[in-house]
Design a protein around this ligand. Structure first.
Ligand SMILES: Cc1cc2nc3c(=O)[nH]c(=O)nc-3n(C[C@H](O)[C@H](O)[C@H](O)COP(=O)(O)O)c2cc1C
Length: 260
């Protein structure tokens, strides 16, 4: 694991050390994570902060190989198939609260609003990230899977997701079977600021050193090639992946979400 020299001003704790050592893992041994660990991670997720106390998220552990195969077909990323690591799906869930309202004859229109969907999305992402930090603190590795959105209807069908739900992210949690490098991030000066937006006049100039650092990053997914510089990735990549070309808004509307 290599990284730029650490800022000596940083204060650290065991939690912060875990967070600063974050890497995505895409290869896992066949050792299961264990029911005690799974239960612990689900408990961590349950304790995550939740917007307006609505608790609009549901986590589905995928154990049935035929369902995992369906998620793989949607994602098409090799590590999603097979049985290495445990696959969890983080679902934005406005269905549960709609049902609670229906049971009392209260209308469910608020659940169709963008604001409520965003709140559910916030809950879901925070729960997922809490699980990732906890898993990493236990020495496990994880990979988020935005790629499950390659064919979202397929995932919705496979998991029998009702209206007012959406499978936002997959996550594989497992025992690492590779040793990825730390992936260099954009400089703090341009991604954080005080009081006002940190506008930059010429990103290519400001990011030339960072571009070179990214270019030397060794991506285990394609070990034979240096990765493109960051600015080149941004020029060429957005919009090209399957998930970025999928009819997401259409599917969200079919699920009864984001209607107003
Ligand atoms: C929301 C989200 C979705 C992601 N989806 C995928 C994915 O579908 N497949 C994958 O291999 N990695 C995925 N990643 C991992 C990113 O590629 C990874 O975090 C990024 O390249 C930085 O590398 P690092 O996590 O090792 O620092 C995702 C990450 C996030 C935060």
């Amino acid at each position: 694991m290599t990284d730029a020299p650490r800022d000596p001003a940083l204060v650290t704790t065991a939690t912060i050390e875990t967070q600063l050592a974050h890497r995505t893992f895409r290869a896992f041994t066949d050792q299961p994570i264990g029911e005690d660990v799974a239960a612990t991670l689900l408990e961590v997720a349950r304790h995550t902060a939740t917007s307006s106390f609505y608790q609009q998220t549901t986590i589905i552990r995928v154990k049935d190989p035929t369902i995992r195969q369906e998620v793989f077909e949607s994602s098409r990323q090799p590590y999603v198939g097979g049985n290495r690591g445990e696959l969890w799906i983080f679902v934005v869930d406005l269905h549960r609260n709609a049902q609670i309202r229906r049971e009392s004859g209260v209308d469910t229109e608020p659940m169709e609003r963008t604001a409520l969907f965003l709140e559910g999305t916030e809950d879901t992402l925070l729960a997922a990230q809490n699980v990732v930090v906890a898993a990493e603190s236990l020495g496990l590795g994880t990979v988020y899977l935005g790629s499950i959105a390659g064919d979202p209807r397929r995932v919705i069908r496979a998991l029998e997701l009702p209206a007012l739900t959406y499978p936002l992210l997959g996550l594989i949690i497992g025992h690492p079977d590779q040793e990825p490098q730390l992936k260099p991030r954009l400089p703090r000066e341009i991604t954080t600021s005080i009081d006002t937006y940190p506008e930059v006049a010429d990103y290519s100039a400001v990011l030339s050193d960072y571009d070179e650092v990214v270019h030397t990053y060794y991506d285990l997914r394609d070990a034979n090639h240096r990765v493109d510089s960051f600015t080149r990735q941004i020029r060429t990549k957005p919009g090209t992946g399957r998930a970025e070309q999928a009819p997401i808004l259409e599917v969200l509307h079919e699920q009864g979400l984001l209607l107003s």
